[in-house]
Design a binder for this molecule. Structure first.
Ligand SMILES: [Zn+2]
Length: 110
């Protein structure tokens, strides 16, 4: 898929400085500062960055959950069934959050 790319020759300025120090219109983009094409190494799109952030915050949330869970486990010592239930519930909440977030993003992007 082609898109507007920042010109690599002039970094989007549209002008280049030659060996003699003279400023000239960039020959790659003809002064536009961008070219039509495909990134060779495609940078992360915005939705992917957002997804990465969602994943990180989910793992962060899980980390807090584990810390609180371990603390409570040591302090109150639940039975094994309750321990399992709390663990399952915690993961369910994390996964639900992530799925809802992805759906929300997908709905907004399209
Ligand atoms: Zn250029």
């Amino acid at each position: 898929m082609e898109e507007d790319l920042v010109c690599q020759a002039c970094n989007g300025i549209g002008r280049v400085v030659d060996k003699e120090g003279r400023s000239d219109v960039c020959g790659s983009c003809y002064g536009l500062g961008y070219v039509r094409g495909i990134y060779l190494t495609k940078p992360l799109s915005r939705s992917k960055v957002a997804l990465k952030r969602a994943l990180l915050s989910t793992f962060g949330g899980l980390g807090i959950f584990y810390a609180v869970f371990l603390f409570a486990l040591i302090k109150y010592s639940f039975g094994p069934i309750l321990t399992l239930a709390v663990l399952l519930a915690g993961h369910l909440v994390a996964v639900t959050f992530l799925v809802l977030y992805i759906l929300y993003r997908a709905a907004r992007d399209t």
